[in-house]
Write a protein that binds this ligand. Structure first.
Ligand code: ES4
Ligand code: ZN
Length: 347
């Protein structure tokens, strides 16, 4: 279906709403321009002749076809400065979109398996988040995510390598996530490492019900005991599960443009985000891997609003949900929710 013409007034009104990004892979914010710059800086060969050739390759058929390019692209990230530059570029975009808080997932195994020290990754991301806090006025947290196509033993080794850094990054590293190829890699595969992370006091999230079945969402809730579900759009296949999500107010971090680009939905107008929201689910709108999926947070809000005829009240609810579902302290949530009410009433 043709996209509705962009409504500048709607976009500006949405921009002004304080919002939180809860589902964002920092490696997925690597724009082709920076990919080329870092490839040159680090003498890493790229299988593309130009920035345009990189963009032309971004035609995905499913999650795996995307992940193959995403892991290949991440190979240009080598030094602490690279991770800093990547995160800083994202944080400026985030601020421009009216995000006031971002919870950033990163995949240490993508880097440690290439011989990059986990401390290099932490240091670069953390210095950017602290700079953004001081200069852009945007808060951030880190969610260390395990790659589910690798073994649970590898996840334990990653956790063991990261734990000595916990104190140094206690202001930022608050949680654990689970991403990569979903089908055939059920949440239960990571039951033991999630139990350990819970004991350690981490907040827990996991991707579930993106391409995988509703049963994986249930497993993530009951076995991994996550506080939020990343994606979760397949939950509506199981009405009893959906009722549980609604009753327990479990946030779903939905990524509309990601779902469109990876073929989870054929057209945004068919996305179940609005149905989930209207059924009473705690839905949020997020960007996932914006450099690959053609849109940052604000693009996702605007595209969803237009494709699904979301009302202004519904858009305010989505922004409020993003703040409520964040891992910010209660006082910060209250302050942003108060500012959201003011911003919503303008224009
Ligand atoms: C991801 Cl869209 C998506 N799904 C699962 N894992 C991921 N890692 C980065 N983006
Ligand atoms: Zn994701």
């Amino acid at each position: 279906m043709p996209q509705a013409p962009c409504d500048p007034a709607l976009r500006e009104w949405l921009r002004a709403l304080p919002k939180a990004e809860l589902h964002l892979h920092i490696e997925g914010t690597l724009e082709p321009e920076l990919m080329f710059e870092l490839a040159g800086r680090n003498k890493v060969p790229l299988p593309y002749a130009s920035v345009d050739a990189v963009r032309a390759a971004y035609r995905f058929t499913d999650l795996q076809s995307f992940l193959d390019l995403y892991y290949a692209g991440a190979s240009v990230l080598v030094t602490e400065q690279d991770f800093h530059d990547l995160a800083m570029a994202y944080l400026r975009r985030a601020r421009d979109d009216g995000l006031v808080h971002v919870e950033i997932m990163f995949d240490p195994q993508t880097h440690t398996h290439r011989g990059i020290a986990i401390g290099t990754v932490f240091a670069g991301l953390a210095s950017a988040l602290r700079e953004a806090r001081d200069t852009l006025g945007i808060s951030g947290r880190l969610l260390l995510s395990f790659l589910r196509h690798l073994s649970e033993e590898d996840a334990f080794a990653t956790l063991d390598a990261a734990l000595p850094l916990r104190e140094a990054y206690a202001d930022l590293w608050v949680g654990i996530g689970l991403d990569s190829s979903e089908k055939g890699n059920p949440p239960e595969k990571f039951a033991r490492v999630y139990a350990r992370c819970a004991e350690l006091g981490f907040r827990l999230v996991a991707h579930a019900g993106e391409e995988g079945p509703a049963a994986y969402v249930r497993e993530a809730l009951e076995t991994l005991k996550v506080a939020r579900i990343d994606h979760g759009v397949r939950s509506s296949d199981d009405p009893a599960l959906l009722q549980t999500l609604i009753q327990r107010r479990i946030p779903l971090t939905v990524c509309p443009l990601s779902n469109l680009k990876l073929g989870v939905v054929r057209d945004l107008s068919e996305h179940n985000l609005a149905r989930l929201l209207r059924a009473g689910a705690m839905v949020t709108i997020n960007a996932d891997d914006p450099a690959y999926f053609g849109g940052y947070a604000l693009d996702n809000y605007v595209a969803s609003a237009q494709a699904l005829d979301l009302s202004r009240d519904e858009l305010v609810t989505l922004a409020a949900n993003s703040l409520q579902a964040s891992f910010l302290p209660a006082a910060d949530k209250t302050r942003w929710l108060d500012q959201l009410a003011v911003a919503a009433s303008r224009g």
